[in-house]
Design a protein around this ligand. Structure first.
Ligand SMILES: [Ca+2]
Ligand SMILES: [Ca+2]
Length: 189
């Protein structure tokens, strides 16, 4: 009887198929692990950003008194207008130009329930500083604020601030992940 040498074509095909299936499964596992790491680092970064932005708002408001000439809080609690105090001389306080800190629809994603710019966030808003006399944008501080993600709540002299940012979900079409930070300022007289 002749000794069997090598493998039949069928055996080779079966072996290659099994190898391909194993490689595809490994790739899927690695891909998911990578996505999960990327997503959790985006969430951590968004949390740092949210904390930093709330501190920035606190710093601005701390300088402003609620008696500053243009002080006002919108009825919806999503916009605050104030003047920064530039100092006092001979008992006369001098105030900076008015600022409004608020959120408004992002330039590339209008408020229509659709993710127009395809970044995984629906109707994300921008955190902006407006010139209240013209409604022009003086500064943009963040572009991934959740819809209605900025809330000011005044209780006596205590002003609470809550900001919610969003991070796109790990998979396309997944719901965004919200990250919130809050702070408070005791307003000066
Ligand atoms: Ca979007
Ligand atoms: Ca939209």
């Amino acid at each position: 009887m002749r000794a069997r040498v090598g493998h039949t074509l069928l055996e080779v095909i079966i072996a290659m198929t099994i190898a391909a299936v194993i490689l595809a499964a490994l790739y899927e596992i690695l891909y998911r692990a990578r996505m999960s790491v990327d997503n959790s680092s985006s969430i951590s970064q968004a949390q740092l950003d949210a904390n930093e932005l709330v501190s920035r708002i606190e710093d601005e408001l701390r300088q402003a008194g609620s008696t500053s000439p243009d002080w006002s809080l919108s009825e919806a609690g999503d916009a605050i207008t104030f003047n920064r105090c530039l100092g006092a001389e001979d008992g006369v306080v001098s105030w900076d130009v008015p600022w409004t800190i608020t959120v408004q629809p992002g330039e590339t994603d209008v408020s229509d329930g659709i993710d127009n710019n395809g970044n995984g966030l629906v109707d994300e808003m921008s955190l902006v500083v407006l010139d209240p006399s013209t409604s022009g944008v003086r500064e943009t501080w963040a572009a991934n604020v959740a819809p209605a993600g900025l809330v000011f709540l005044l209780n006596g002299k205590n002003l609470a601030i809550n900001l919610t940012l969003e991070v796109a979900g790990a998979k396309p079409g997944a719901a965004p992940i919200s990250v919130s930070a809050s702070g408070a300022v005791s307003l000066r007289n």
